[in-house]
Design a protein. Structure first.
Length: 394
């Protein structure tokens, strides 16, 4: 009989892991808190689009999904840096298009992965939140949107339920995991540049001949300003998702001192004068989109023997400045699926080996992501960077 594995969370990492485990003969059930996004529409929460890099792409190749994902992605050749005086220049990631990253929609990617997992035989249970776990009894507790609770028997449960993982909390209550959460102190808010058709012709002209886009589409745009910054990633239909990163609290400028669009408009006009006119719904976006917090999660233990394991953000949430959280989670899925396929009956050893292999990598990426925030908002703000670039020094 096929071995049963239960996953909590059908987000990016959960859906990809489920697809690979089902493809290797496991009987996989996934409990996801939200409704099915393919029916109810995607309910965001975190970033609208993400940078997919080689390590994530490699995992998608192994799962046979890379081509499908790339068809829905926009290539980004480098960082397009925008100075305060309105100049811009591209810092390429590599010498040619073999070294690029890709902008993908979180919702579209999640739905593609859910389809692929279902096609591989995974059973999804949407609208079901994990609300408790009896690890010794091999049972989890789930609660639906009507507050109806039920038990589900499972010998093995894997948490892919994100940075605020409920499974992690249940595991930690059973046996302390050595959890440490380090808040960054900076937070973010998302805004939107619509496709060029929605903007006046006078504002469009930086798209390098890509008429549908208001800016060059094949770049990750950065407006570095020292202690804070904006970035923008392209979407396939011609829009860009802009993210403002700013101190959460404290003296100006912070989200405390810029609580609403009325307060933020003047700041944007001064700091990002070329960007503000490209966001026609600035007031509505600023006032209706939440401020998201950012932290790094460190755990000493990712598993309870062979009964429960954490993967993706549930095990190692990081700040987003290397664009590697999802990519790192995708790598987790490949390693774990291969280990489990080799020794399906020895989950205790598999989970321990998984942590041994993956934790040094996730620790390294966590450190690089923190360093890259300083690099992105400070170093590339060097007023002489355009001149240095032209001289071939960058
Ligand atoms: P999540 O995506 O958080 O998914 C968790 C899933 O579990 C969700 O579907 C949720 O509904 C479900 N769930 C939660 N609780 C329960 C429960 N109790 N019961 C059942 N289900 C539950 N990464 C990149 O690689 N590139 C980027 O460019 C990038 N940009 C980012 C920008 C921002 C602003 C942020 C915040 C993050 C960014 N990341 C990026 C990181 C990336 O979003 C995460 O690493 C990735 O989403 C982790 O996937 P996951 O499946 O582990 O968790």
């Amino acid at each position: 009989m096929a071995q049963q594995i239960t996953l909590i969370g059908g987000g990016l990492v959960g859906a990809l892991l489920a697809q690979q485990l089902a493809g290797r003969g496991f009987k996989v059930d996934v409990f996801e808190k939200r409704p099915d996004p393919r029916v109810a529409g995607f309910v965001g929460g975190r970033s609208i689009n993400l940078a997919l890099a080689e390590r994530g792409l490699q995992a998608l190749r192994k799962a046979g999904l890379a081509d499908d994902v790339l068809q829905r992605a926009v290539m980004m050749r480098g960082r397009m840096v925008h100075t305060r005086d309105g100049r811009s220049g591209l810092l390429r990631y590599g010498v040619d298009d073999s070294e690029v990253i890709w902008s993908v929609s979180r919702g579209a990617l999640n739905m593609l992965l859910l389809d692929a997992a279902e096609a591989a035989g995974v059973r999804f249970h949407f609208g079901q939140s994990l609300t408790g776990a009896d690890f010794d009894g091999g049972r989890i507790q789930l609660t639906d949107e009507h507050d109806q609770t039920r038990d589900f028997d499972t010998p093995v449960v894997i948490g892919a339920d994100g940075a605020g993982s409920a499974l992690r909390a249940a595991m930690n209550a059973h046996t302390p995991l050595g959890e440490r959460v380090e808040p960054l102190g900076h937070a973010y808010k998302e805004l939107e540049i619509p496709p060029a058709g929605g903007l006046s012709a006078a504002l469009v002209g930086q798209s390098g001949g890509h008429d549908q886009f208001a800016l060059e589409p094949h770049a990750l745009h950065i407006w570095p300003r020292g202690g804070y910054m904006c970035i923008a990633l392209p979407n396939t239909e011609g829009s860009f998702t802009v993210t403002l990163f700013l101190p959460a609290h404290g003296p100006h400028p912070s989200f405390d001192t810029l609580p609403d669009a009325a307060a933020a408009r003047g700041f944007f006009g001064d700091e990002f004068p070329d960007l503000l006119p490209l966001i026609p719904d600035f007031a509505a976006d600023y006032d209706s989109h939440p401020v998201g917090t950012l932290s790094t999660l460190y755990l000493q233990r990712w598993h309870l023997g062979g009964r429960a394991l954490l993967v993706g953000d549930a095990a190692h949430a990081i700040v987003p400045f290397h664009g590697q959280g999802m990519n790192c989670g995708f790598e987790d899925t490949v390693v774990l699926a291969a280990l489990l396929a080799e020794a399906p009956d020895d989950t205790a050893e598999v989970f321990a080996e998984f942590q041994r292999i993956r934790q040094p990598n996730s620790d390294a990426i966590a450190a690089m992501a923190l360093e890259n925030y300083v690099e992105m908002r400070d170093s590339v703000a060097d007023p002489h960077f355009l001149a240095k670039r032209e001289l071939g020094l960058l």
